[in-house]
Ligand binder design. Structure first.
Ligand code: PLP
Length: 422
């Protein structure tokens, strides 16, 4: 084991991780070796509840027999074939299922990619190219919101509002503009709005901003604002999709159907990297004509194994009535969060469905990563999660039992007791 750890420190480089501290002699990284339901096990056999659903991806728990079987069955046929010039049944079945999750026949076209960032890039490129080749080349600005997070590739990062995640600015032939809220949009004149290709937003809740909720009704009002001006609405449901907020998609809570719906993290139940950008027939038809091809895609587009896993996950939604069971779990999480709210240093708790952000406001902030301390301490009490700054994130898999949700709350409570000096 010590050999593995020293190899790890010699050769690996982790995302969003200060590597000097990681490689410190005193730091023993957890190697996660197996999972069962909401639990993950490390190299020493210790079990932990997966309190952030393996970075917001897991839906039905780990090692789920239905999803395993779906992947295994596909594996006996073929793992991956090119989607450039060919098609296959798992992609066709999955597209049909995804479209069926939205009302009527509003979004009818599915473009597959690999992760949240590429799902966003795809929507942005489609929106820009659509206007360019359909008589409205002035529309080349993508509008996004302060503190938004839409992914890490340069294109997706150029839309983000979190300075830490910013790329090197914007040299991609399109413009971005960021605003604080809907009020700013409402004050824009037609000269400003007629250059907008699309507005992009994380509906109901901004994730990487620290789990910040939009006011109720904001999404609906934004959608009307876009419709009135014929500006595309891109919904980034990379985090909120697949039941996270209590409904299959967050937009359903405000009866909004966007022009582009970007899905990734939970699409395969958290098993394999895969993403989808759903759009309307209107957008699709804007690409008819030999000189209007959408020149975009990746080697693993519509991976057969990924499609099989996603179909397996959607099957579990039906078999286990995952959505029907959510209201009790969401309420139970609220109840657990209320207990945490009484703790010293907890300044605010935000919740949307099975997503929670517990914000700490330590008296002296000076350079101490309190959120990280709390999360590391929570491991002792059987919980894995990861903070965003001083906000501790709790995002249980949708399959968590009420008891597991309580255990997660208890672990954070004990970690707070340990970290906060009395
Ligand atoms: C995680 C996330 C992304 C980026 O997804 P990746 O799979 O990490 O590229 C984009 N938008 C939101 C809202 C996310 O939470």
């Amino acid at each position: 084991m010590t050999d593995l750890i020293s190899l790890e420190k010699q050769h690996l480089w982790h995302p969003f991780t200060p590597m000097q501290a990681w490689c410190d002699e005193d730091h023993e990284p957890l190697l996660l070796t197996s999972g069962q339901g909401c639990k993950l096990f490390d190299q020493h056999g210790h079990g932990y509840l997966d309190g952030n659903s393996s970075i917001w991806t897991n839906i039905h728990g780990h090692n789920h027999p239905t999803i395993n079987a779906a992947i295994q069955a596909q594996l006996t046929k073929v793992a991956h074939t090119s989607f450039l010039g060919f098609s296959h049944e798992p992609a066709i079945q999955l597209a049909k299922k995804l479209i069926g999750l939205l009302p009527g026949s509003t979004l009818t076209r599915v473009f597959f990619s690999d992760d949240g960032s590429t799902a966003i890039e795809c929507a942005v490129r489609m929106a820009l190219q659509y206007w360019k080749q359909n008589g409205n080349p002035k529309r080349k600005t993508i509008l996004s919101f302060d503190r938004a997070y839409h992914g890490d590739t340069l294109g997706a990062a150029s839309l983000g509002g979190i300075p830490l995640f910013k790329g090197s600015g914007n040299e991609f032939g399109y413009l971005t503009r960021r605003v604080a809220d809907l009020q700013v949009l409402e004050q824009m004149n037609s000269k400003q709005t007629e250059t907008l290709a699309a507005v992009i937003i994380e509906p109901l809740i901004q994730g990487s901003a620290g789990m910040r909720l939009w006011p109720t009704g904001m999404l609906r009002a934004l959608s009307s604002w876009c419709r009135e001006r014929d500006i595309f609405l891109i919904l980034d449901e990379v985090m909120t999709g697949f039941g996270r907020t209590g409904t299959m998609f967050a937009c359903l809570q405000e009866a909004v159907v966007p022009d582009f719906l970007c899905l990734a993290k939970g699409l395969t139940g958290g098993y394999l990297p895969m993403a989808a950008t759903l759009t309307s027939e209107r957008v699709f038809e804007g690409f008819h004509g030999h000189d209007k091809t959408f020149f975009y895609g990746h080697s693993y587009t519509a991976s057969q194994l990924g499609c099989a896993a996603a179909l397996g996950s959607l099957q579990v939604f039906e078999e286990e009535q995952t959505l029907e069971k959510l209201p009790d779990k969401i309420q139970h999480l609220s109840h657990e969060l209320q207990k945490l709210n009484r703790k010293a240093w907890v300044s605010e708790i935000r919740q949307c469905g099975l997503i929670a952000g517990i914000e700490l406001h330590p008296p002296s902030n000076a350079g101490v990563a309190w959120g990280a301390h709390v999360c590391v301490s929570a491991r002792k009490y059987g919980l894995l999660t990861r903070p965003i700054g001083n906000t501790v994130v709790l995002m249980p898999p949708l399959s968590s039992s009420l008891e597991e949700i309580s255990q997660m709350g208890d672990a954070i409570s004990k970690a707070l007791n340990e970290v906060i000096p009395s």
